[in-house]
Each structure stands twice: as structure tokens, then as C-alpha cells.
Design a protein around this ligand. Structure first.
Ligand code: IDC
Length: 526
């Protein structure tokens, strides 16, 4: 019996062993098969990459060597870099596009490039912006570590926070783009500029860009992003402010308080801080005419003009736009001090007729029953005075009811002159849908509108902030690329002042020094 059980036990062990061998064999077979399939897939990928590479235009990375193993294909593609270099701009910025990888078929090629901005100078670069003319079939597939937008035939690359400052000898950190196009990727004509006002002349490419004619701005362009760096001389095209290549430009900045009352903020470092720390590209120099201490109300005219001259100089040195604001208010009607205005603007335009960055705002806020016809009559006397010396500088014309009645200007605009814009002012806690709609209707009707003053509190310049209304205004402003200037640069104890009352600095402001209005405002510049 004992032996019988032994035999059965041995037989059982054999059966189990056979079954196990079978199972293991089966599994091994499966694994081998899987392995083979993967290998085939890899070969297919490799072939398709090699195939693609063979079809690539000559300028692109050469086909991988035939001997290349499957495993190394992708990595080698990464290693092979083709670099498009843009000549140095601004004396210290070098831009290059380094090919990281490419793939695609006959219909479309994808290219992954690193966008490398290198600072070869001694000063940190505080801002940079890249602009590349692109072909019609160009598509931006994805991007990272920078903001990218394609508009009117150009790809714009601007830094996100951690890439804004490029220290001497350093490069941007991992900015990447994936683009798609039908044939060869090209960065011909790419330019790099800085917020400091370098317009990015990078050798011959710039003039090619200009002649390409790809970038005609539409009459009333909305959506997308406008250029917000310094772009040299501007003009009015349809309802837009544009640069010499017809790119739509949006100015974003801050108005001084009355310079008679707060002259201390008109200094180089102050404007530099607004530009570098907060991203402003325009400063408005508000010179009250009617209020006590104002230009036509007992103010020291020579002192006030000296302040304007200094302000213009600082802004110019900093490549910022600057608005000379004849700040009528309690004097209601611009015709009240028309003669003084003529003399003033004659003098200003003589001095600044050749400047690219100076705007003339000829009447801040007509009010007190002043009609558009009154304003127009005044404007038609002041504009020729300016035009005698400054053929094409931008002139901002205020509108009745504290610069709200742009509809009246649309009904009967000033004719016979270029580069005229009409002013709208708003205070978000007071002015809401009605004024917003009035403004968009006027723009849609063809009126170029400039917001040379606004705040997010009520129309007294004080009171509570209405963030909800403010954000609705901002949406419309950006949609229509309207230039906007926030009231006011001072530490006065009122909600519209951008500095806290406790801040006694007159430059070097930080976010902590800003009032709630100031914080909101500079946030919109970023
Ligand atoms: C306000 C100032 C305030 C000053 C007053 C003088 O914020 O400190 O005492 O002017 O009248 C405007 C004017 C602008 C006003 C501002 C706020 O253009 O001069 O500034 N405001 O009231 N229009 C609508 C509002």
C-alpha cells in the first residue's frame, strides 16, 4: 500500500511538473511575442522618423545615420540641433532658436525649438520680447515657460515671471515652442527687443519684416494681444494706435497727480520704477490749469514748464511714452484759457516736434455744459498750432461731460488731420455699462479712443473700489486694445492714489508700497 501511494505521489508530481513547464513555456512564448511586437513598433517609428528626415527640406537636420540603433534614434534627434541665430539687439541680447526635435509627414511637419535669449552684456535684462514673421500655414501647437501668441502674421514670445530677468552671462530657462508648418521652419526676420525701448533692430531682417506687408492692422481690431513694449513713433490707423510696422500698440501707464501739488514724483527713478517694477510704458504729466496753483490760476508757469521738460526728458531717456496734459477741470470749458493754451502748445510742440514719444492732450475734461461743438472749435484752433511744429505727433482731444461723450465726437469728428484720438475717462465705481457701451459703440463706429485717465473707485477719486466693474472695463479695454492710464501717482489719502498714504518714497516703490488701487493697476500691466 505504501508503495502504491508512493507511485501515485510520483505520478502526481510529474503531472504537476509537466503542467508547470507548459504554463511557463506558454508565458515565455507570450513574453517573447510581446518583445518582438515592441521591437517592430520601434523599427516602424525609426523608419518613419528616417523617412520624414529624408523628406525634410535640406536646411533641416540630416537623416539619422542608417547604422543607428533603434534605441538611439530619438535621443540622437534631440542631440542634433540646428540653431537660427538672430544678431544681437540692444547691444547685449542674443536670440537663438535651437531645434530639439522634429517629426511629421508629407502634409505637416512639427518642430520643437528652444527659444534662447542670452544676455551677453553687463546689466541684467529686465524685459525682452521676441517677434517672428511667420508664414500663412504656420501653427503654434504648444509652448512653455513663455507667453506665445500668433497675430497678424507674427509670432510674439514674451517672458513669464521667472524668465523676465536674464542676468549677465545667463540664458532664458527652458523656453520651448512646438510649431507646425507645411515645409521648412524659418525664423528669418526674427527680432528681439527689450522693454527698455530697444525696437529690436537685428540687422537686415527688420527691413524685410517691414516690407513683407503681412501685418496690416484691421480698422478696428479686437481680441489677441497688442504690443505693449516701447515701439518708437506711433500713429493712428483706424481706431488703433500702431507702430511703424502697423502692429497694434496698447499703452499702459500712470498719470501724475497735479504736478504743481506733487512735483516730487516727477523724477527719473520714479518713472524707471513704474516701468521696470510694474510694466508701465507711458506717463501722463497732469498740469492743472484752473485749480489754485494751476497754470492759469496763479501757478508759477516757468516752474511748471520746467517740470514738464524734466518729465519728458526722464520718459524719453527711459524709452517711455509721455503725455503732456493740459488739465482743464474747474475751468470747465477749454475756450476759457484758449489763448494761454495756444501759447503753451506752440512752445511744447516747438520743443518736442521731433520727439517720437510725446503726446499732446489738449483739454483734460470739458464739463459744466460745455458742448462738443465748443470743444471741437477749440481743438480746431489748437491742433494747427501743434501741427505747425509737429507734423504727426498724437493729439488727444477731451470730450464733454468730463470726457465721457465720445458719441458726440463720433457724430461730428474733427477732420483734416491725422493722428487724432478722442479721450474717454471712467471711474469704475461710478461709470458702468452705459459708459462702456457708449465707448464700444463709438469705437465700432470708427472713433479712435484713448483712456488717458481712469480709476476703479468713484468719480470723486475716492470711495470704495468696485472690482467687478473694474474687471469688466479691463476686459473691454484689452479686447479693443485701448491704451489706458491710471489716476494717480501720489500718496494722497484718497482711493485713486496708487501709493499708500504711509509711503513716503518718491521712487523705488514696491508692491507693498501700493494702495489697493495701485496693486490692481499694476497687476493689469503684468
Ligand atoms: C482729483 C484729485 C483730487 C483733487 C481734485 C481737484 O484726485 O486729489 O483734489 O482732483 O479737483 C477727474 C479729474 C481729476 C480728479 C479726478 C478725481 O480729471 O483731476 O482728480 N477725476 O476726482 N475726473 C474724474 C475724476
Amino acid at each position: 500500500m505504501k508503495n502504491k501511494w508512493k507511485v501515485i505521489a510520483v505520478a502526481e508530481t510529474i503531472v504537476i511538473a509537466v503542467v508547470l513547464v507548459f504554463i511557463i513555456g506558454f508565458l515565455m512564448g507570450r513574453m517573447g511575442k510581446t518583445d518582438k511586437t515592441t521591437k517592430n513598433a520601434e523599427v516602424a517609428v525609426t523608419e518613419s522618423i528616417n523617412e520624414t528626415k529624408k523628406d525634410m527640406p535640406a536646411k533641416q537636420t540630416d537623416a539619422a545615420p542608417d547604422s543607428q540603433t533603434e534605441e538611439s534614434t530619438q535621443t540622437d534627434a534631440v542631440k542634433e540641433k540646428e540653431t537660427f541665430e538672430v544678431k544681437e539687439a540692444n547691444g547685449n541680447l542674443k536670440l537663438s532658436f535651437e531645434l530639439v526635435q522634429q517629426w511629421g509627414d508629407e502634409t505637416k511637419y512639427y518642430y520643437n525649438y528652444s527659444v534662447v535669449v542670452e544676455n551677453t552684456g553687463d546689466e541684467p535684462t529686465e524685459e525682452w520680447a521676441v517677434k517672428v514673421p511667420v508664414s500663412e500655414d504656420f501653427e503654434l501647437s504648444s509652448y512653455w515657460n513663455a507667453e506665445c501668441v500668433v497675430e497678424d502674421g507674427y509670432l510674439y514670445v514674451t517672458p513669464v515671471d521667472f524668465n523676465r530677468v536674464v542676468k549677465p552671462g545667463e540664458k532664458t530657462d527652458s523656453v520651448g515652442i512646438i510649431i507646425a508648418c507645411k515645409g521648412e521652419a524659418s525664423f528669418e526676420g526674427a527680432v528681439i527687443g527689450t522693454k527698455a525701448g530697444d525696437t529690436g533692430t537685428s540687422g537686415t531682417e527688420k527691413s524685410e519684416t517691414k516690407q513683407s506687408g503681412q501685418n496690416q492692422s484691421k480698422q478696428s481690431q479686437t481680441g489677441g494681444n497688442a504690443v505693449t513694449t516701447y515701439q518708437g513713433k506711433l500713429s493712428v490707423n483706424g481706431t488703433n494706435l500702431v507702430d511703424k510696422d502697423n502692429n497694434v500698440v496698447q499703452l499702459r501707464g500712470i498719470s501724475t497727480h497735479g504736478i504743481a501739488w506733487y512735483p516730487e514724483y516727477v523724477n527719473y527713478d520714479s518713472f524707471k520704477t513704474l516701468r521696470d517694477e510694474f510694466g508701465a510704458n507711458v506717463i501722463r504729466l497732469a498740469m492743472y490749469t484752473g485749480e489754485g496753483g494751476g497754470y492759469c490760476a496763479g501757478g508759477n508757469q516757468e516752474e511748471l514748464k520746467k517740470l514738464i521738460d524734466e518729465g519728458v526728458k526722464y520718459a524719453t531717456d527711459l524709452s517711455m511714452y509721455v503725455i503732456i496734459d493740459w488739465h482743464i477741470l474747474s475751468d470747465n470749458n477749454p475756450n476759457t484759457n484758449k489763448d494761454a493754451a495756444k501759447v503753451f502748445f506752440e512752445e511744447m510742440s516747438k520743443k518736442y516736434g521731433d520727439y517720437d514719444n510725446v503726446f499732446y492732450e489738449i483739454c483734460n475734461e470739458p464739463n459744466g455744459g460745455t458742448t462738443w461743438e465748443d470743444v471741437k472749435k477749440y481743438a480746431e484752433e489748437i491742433i494747427p498750432v501743434i501741427r505747425k511744429n509737429d507734423k504727426d505727433g498724437i493729439i488727444l482731444v477731451g470730450t464733454p461731460t468730463w470726457s465721457q461723450d465720445v458719441d458726440k465726437a463720433l457724430e461730428n469728428p474733427i477732420t483734416g488731420y491725422d493722428n487724432i484720438m478722442y479721450v474717454l475717462h471712467f471711474y469704475a465705481a461710478t461709470h458702468k455699462d452705459d459708459l462702456r457701451n457708449k465707448m464700444t459703440k463709438a469705437i465700432d463706429g470708427g472713433l479712435p479712443v484713448f483712456i488717458s485717465e481712469f480709476s476703479i473707485c468713484d468719480a470723486s477719486g475716492n470711495g470704495g473700489i468696485d472690482y467687478d466693474s473694474a474687471s469688466k472695463w479691463l476686459d473691454v479695454i484689452n479686447q479693443y486694445h485701448i491704451s489706458y492710464v491710471g489716476w494717480n501717482l501720489s500718496n494722497k489719502n484718497e482711493s485713486s492714489a496708487i501709493l499708500k498714504p504711509s509711503c513716503t518714497k518718491t521712487s523705488g516703490y514696491t508692491v507693498d508700497d501700493l494702495s489697493d488701487t495701485g496693486k490692481w493697476l499694476v497687476e493689469t500691466f503684468q
